[in-house]
Design a protein around this ligand. Structure first.
Ligand SMILES: [Zn+2]
Length: 172
């Protein structure tokens, strides 16, 4: 009888731990933020990348491009969210719309400062701008441009942008 109570107690404790663990994982997931902008990660624009060989999940491709430019480290885009379905796409097959009127990151919250990088701060600079949204087909991307503006880009274009240098503000 006593053994049974102890057994039930252990089982109950285990169940509580599992529930707590699941709750923790779920809330952690919701609280996911971009390591660079400090913004919440929007499922329609998120990207999986490596910068200098380290893996990150960012709020958008742009944020990763800016980080690569500011640090001079090589960027590899591994996956990008399809703007329409939020499914992760192989960026090689994606069609990007750059600089449209839609920017989900900027509609969320202001980006964090880039401490220690004041030299690259520009007036009106936002590390999530111009937006670069991914689509699974050229037709979808072109239809989006017709409605919201922007230009069509492929992965090579974005990779090239990640390597160009940021204009430095000259100190007087
Ligand atoms: Zn962003």
């Amino acid at each position: 009888m006593r053994k049974r109570i102890i057994f039930a107690g252990i089982l109950g404790l285990g169940a509580v731990l599992v529930i707590l663990g699941a709750w923790y994982l779920l809330t952690q997931r919701q609280a996911k933020v971009c390591p660079f902008s400090g913004r919440g990660i929007h499922p329609q624009t998120r990207a999986l990348v490596t910068i200098g060989g380290r893996k990150y999940e960012t709020c958008c491709v742009r944020c990763a491009i800016i980080e690569a430019r500011q640090t001079g480290k090589p960027l590899q885009i591994l996956k990008v969210a399809d703007f329409q379905t939020s499914k992760l796409l192989n960026p090689k097959n994606a069609w990007f719309v750059e600089g449209s009127a839609v920017n989900l990151c900027m509609s969320m919250s202001p980006a964090a400062e880039s401490p220690g990088r004041e030299g690259v701060y520009l007036r009106g600079f936002d590390r999530c701008s111009p937006s670069a949204l991914a689509f699974s087909s050229e037709e979808q991307a072109r239809a989006f441009i017709a409605e919201h503006g922007g230009v069509l880009r492929r992965l090579e274009d974005l990779q090239r942008e990640s390597k160009s240098t940021v204009p430095q503000v000259k100190k007087p």
